[in-house]
Design a protein around this ligand. Structure first.
Ligand SMILES: CC(=O)N[C@H]1[C@@H](OP(=O)(O)OP(=O)(O)OC[C@H]2O[C@@H](n3ccc(=O)[nH]c3=O)[C@H](O)[C@@H]2O)O[C@H](CO)[C@@H](O)[C@@H]1O
Ligand SMILES: C=C(OP(=O)(O)O)C(=O)O
Length: 442
C-alpha cells in the first residue's frame, strides 16, 4: 500500500494542469457500449476508476483500448469497440470497487434489452441507494428482480418503451443511468427533476452526437424520443471541475501573498456560480481567462459559510476541501452538506492535525485559524475527497503529514504528487505496510 508524505509550509506557485473529468469520463465510457462499433473518447484522465470501468466493459465482450503513457501532461484517449458485446453482466468483484459501474444497468438494457448487474453495496461515508435507478428502468417497462445481490433486468420483447419518471431527490447517477436506457427505448420518455451537472450535460451531448434525440439538457426536465440505434463517434471529454476547485482552494491555502498559481486546461464555468461567488467572498483574488484560472495568494482568508446543493449549487465533492480552507480562515464559519448529510469522514482526521471542527447533524462548525497553525500527523480517510482534503491540510501544517490509503486518491486525482511537486509542494509517494508500521509489534 502507498502513502503520501507531505512536508508542510512550502509555497504553491507556478502551474497546475487540470485533467479530464472523472465523473464525466465514466458515463461517456458507458455510452460507448450503446453503439455497434468503435467509439473513441479523448481527454480521459489516467485514474484507477477509469481502469476499473474499462475492465467492467471488457467483461461484456467489448474491446477496450486503454494504454496511457506516464506523462501527466499529455491527454489520453480510450477506444471502446462494442460490436462484439455478448455477455450482459457486471460482476460484483468489479462493481464493489466503484459505484459508477452501476451505469452498466442502463447501458446494457439500452443496447441489448437485458442486464445482470451487481448492486453496488455500501459506501465509505454512508448509505447511497440506487432505488431511483431501478424505478427509472421500471418506468421504461423493464421487468426487474433482485437475486443474490444482483439486479436482473429484462425488456419485454427485447426493447424498452418510453415512459415518465420524476427523480426525488435530484440524482446525477440515476439521471445518467435512465438516459442510457431511454435513448433507444421505443417512443417518448419524459424525465423530471433531472440533474443539471456539467457531467450530465456533456454526457447528453455525446449521446446526441451518437444519434440520440434529447431535449432539455441542463434543465430539470429532459425529453427523449427513442431511436432504433446509436452510432459510434469520436468525442472529447471536458476538464475536471472538481480538480479545478481543489486547486483553487489549494492556492488560497498555500500560495504566498501576492504570488500567483496558474491553473491550465480548465473549464471555469463548470464550477457553477455558487462556488465562484463563495470563493470571491473569501477575499482571495482570482481571474478566469479562457481555459486558464489564476489565483493570487493572500495574507488572510475571510470565513465564508457554504451549503452544498445539486448543480448549480456548491458541489458536495468540494465540501471537504472547503472545510480545510475554512479551518485556516480568519474566523468561524459553517459547512453544511445537504446532498450527502453524513459525508464527514475527513473531520476526525483533520482534528488530528489540529483543526477545530465540530459536526452537528449535517453541518460542520469550523472555528477558523485563530492563531493556531495545523501540525503534521499520520492520517487516513476512506473516501476520495476526504483524502485530498488531508493532502491540502498537510501542505499548510507544520512538520510532516503522512496520508495513508492513497488508493482512494488514485481513484480521482491523476498523479497528484507529480503535479503538486511541479508547483513547489514537498510531497512524495512511499510504500507503507500498515501491518508492520513503526511501533506495531511484529
Ligand atoms: C461517479 C459520480 O459521478 N459520482 C458523483 C455522483 O454520485 P451519485 O450519482 O451516486 O450521487 P447522486 O446525485 O445520485 O446523489 C444525490 C442524492 O440522491 C440520493 N439518491 C441517489 C440515487 C438513488 O437512487 N436514490 C437516492 O436517494 C443520494 O443518497 C444523495 O442524497 O454525484 C454526487 C453528487 O453530486 C457526487 O458526490 C459524486 O462524486
Ligand atoms: C464520490 C465520488 O465518486 P463516487 O461517486 O464514484 O464514489 C467523487 O468523485 O467524489
Amino acid at each position: 500500500m502507498d502513502k503520501l508524505v507531505v512536508h508542510g509550509g512550502r509555497p504553491l506557485t507556478g502551474t497546475l494542469h487540470v485533467g479530464g473529468s472523472k465523473n464525466t469520463a465514466l458515463p461517456l465510457m458507458a455510452a460507448a457500449v450503446l453503439a455497434d462499433g468503435a467509439t473513441t473518447i479523448h481527454n480521459i484522465p489516467v485514474l484507477q476508476d477509469v481502469a476499473t470501468f474499462a475492465n467492467v466493459i471488457r467483461v461484456t465482450g467489448c474491446t477496450v483500448d486503454w494504454n496511457p503513457d506516464d506523462d501527466p501532461n499529455t491527454p489520453e484517449s480510450i477506444t471502446i469497440d462494442a460490436s462484439g458485446i455478448h455477455h450482459f453482466e457486471a460482476p460484483y468483484d468489479l462493481v464493489k470497487k466503484m459505484r459508477a459501474s452501476f451505469y452498466m444497468l442502463g447501458a446494457l438494457l439500452g443496447r441489448g434489452g437485458k442486464a445482470r448487474v451487481s448492486l453496488p453495496g455500501g459506501c465509505a461515508w454512508g448509505p447511497r441507494p440506487v432505488d431511483l435507478h431501478i424505478e427509472g428502468m421500471k418506468a421504461l417497462g423493464a421487468e426487474i428482480r433482485e437475486e443474490g445481490g444482483y439486479v436482473i433486468a429484462e425488456a419485454p420483447g427485447g426493447r424498452l418503451k418510453g415512459g415518465r419518471m420524476r427523480f426525488e431527490p435530484v440524482s446525477v447517477g440515476a439521471t445518467i443511468n435512465v438516459l442510457l436506457a431511454a435513448v433507444t427505448a421505443e417512443g417518448e420518455t419524459v424525465l423530471e427533476n433531472t440533474a443539471a451537472e456539467p457531467d450530465v450535460v456533456v454526457f447528453g451531448q455525446m449521446l446526441q452526437a451518437m444519434g440520440a434525440q434529447i431535449d432539455g439538457l441542463g434543465t430539470d426536465t429532459i425529453t427523449v424520443q427513442g431511436v432504433e440505434r446509436m452510432n459510434p463517434v469520436e468525442f472529447t471529454n471536458c476538464p475536471d471541475r472538481i480538480e479545478l476547485g481543489t486547486y483553487m482552494i489549494a492556492a488560497a491555502l498555500a500560495t504566498p501573498p501576492g504570488e500567483t498559481l496558474t491553473i491550465t486546461g480548465a473549464q471555469p464555468e463548470h464550477l457553477g456560480p455558487d462556488f465562484t461567488e463563495r470563493f470571491r467572498e473569501t477575499g482571495v483574488p482570482f481571474e478566469f481567462d479562457g481555459d486558464v484560472v489564476r489565483v493570487t495568494g493572500v495574507e488572510t482568508v475571510r470565513p465564508v459559510s457554504v451549503e452544498t446543493a445539486p448543480y448549480p449549487g456548491f458541489a458536495t465533492d468540494l465540501q471537504a476541501q472547503w472545510t480545510v480552507l475554512m479551518a485556516q480562515a480568519d474566523g468561524p464559519s459553517t459547512v453544511r452538506d445537504t446532498v450527502y448529510t453524513d459525508r464527514f469522514k475527513h473531520v476526525p482526521e483533520l482534528r488530528r492535525l489540529g483543526a477545530d471542527l465540530q459536526v452537528k447533524g449535517d453541518t460542520v462548525e469550523v472555528a477558523g485559524r485563530n492563531g493556531r497553525p495545523l501540525s503534521g500527523a499520520t492520517v487516513m480517510s476512506t473516501d476520495l475527497r476526504a483524502s485530498v482534503s488531508l493532502v491540502l491540510a498537510g501542505m499548510v501544517a507544520e512538520g510532516t503529514t503522512n496520508v495513508l490509503r492513497v488508493y482512494h486518491l488514485d481513484r480521482g486525482y491523476e498523479r497528484i504528487e507529480h503535479k503538486l511537486q511541479g508547483a513547489g509542494v514537498d510531497i512524495a509517494r512511499e510504500q507503507y505496510d500498515e501491518a508492520h508500521a513503526e511501533g506495531v509489534p511484529a
